[in-house]
Ligand binder design. Structure first.
Ligand code: AMP
Ligand code: ZN
Length: 216
């Protein structure tokens, strides 16, 4: 199964991604996570990426596409994959098409989450992330058992700089300007599944698995 999840930040892609990769036994490829790891490992690329991320801007396409190409060359990508957060503009979508051709692969599904901007801002500003393992919580929707402490490893929960309200507004603006056109790009190819991201996690998950199941 080769899937792309699309939708604004905070649309619920990450949660659904975790469910789908378990179900289909495929790697979850999040370019945002890769950038954050590269930064944690103190790499040059990571440091460059961080400047864009903290401003809520897109990391330049040449860097992003190269990271994706490299990730696709890992053995586990042969089983299939789920992309979350890539492609983020039409230029990346075209570069991705070329990569897929070069590997001899075809996409099975592009899933698009739609969620109104106001809902997004509320969702993201409540988001907290474990400093140690990166597990994601929400002050209202998915609180940890003990306030500000990770259930998994007792790590401190923090708010990412790019999750602060002003940055979220900018990320949404960029999403609407640059990423939304990618939906049209895949619609023309006739391979997009639309999902209402305001529905409950369970409902979204069931709908998607049903549609994907019917495709096989
Ligand atoms: P995410 O975790 O997907 O919300 O990504 C966090 C940040 O990483 C984004 O706001 C961008 O700054 C950067 N990023 C992630 N994926 C991409 C991409 N495909 N192209 C450019 N920048 C990206
Ligand atoms: Zn943790």
């Amino acid at each position: 199964m080769r899937i792309i999840l699309m939708g604004p930040p905070g649309a619920g892609k990450g949660t659904e991604a975790e469910s789908l990769v378990k179900h289909y036994h495929i790697p979850h490829i999040s370019t945002g996570n890769i950038f954050r790891e590269l930064y944690k490992d103190k790499t040059t690329v990571g440091k460059i990426a961080k400047e864009f991320i903290d401003r809520g801007e897109l990391v330049p396409d040449d860097i992003t596409n190269e990271i994706v190409r490299h990730r696709l060359s890992h053995a586990d990508a042969k089983k299939g994959f789920l992309f979350d957060g890539y492609p983020r503009n039409v230029n990346q979508a075209k570069a991705f098409d070329e990569m897929l051709i070069s590997f001899g692969w075809k996409l099975d599904a592009v899933i698009n989450f739609s969620v109104p901007d106001e809902v997004i801002v509320k969702r993201i500003s409540g988001r907290r992330v474990c400093e140690v393992c990166g597990a994601v919580y929400h002050t209202e929707n998915k609180p940890p058992k003990v306030e500000n402490i990770c259930d998994v490893d007792g790590g401190m929960l923090i708010q990412r700089v790019d999750d602060m309200e002003k940055t979220v507004q900018r990320r949404l603006r960029i999403y609407n300007q640059q990423t939304a056109p990618v939906i049209g790009y895949y619609e023309e190819k006739g391979s997009i599944i639309h999902v209402d991201g305001t529905k409950s996690i369970q409902e979204v998950d069931q709908t998607i698995k049903k549609v994907l199941g019917e495709m096989n």
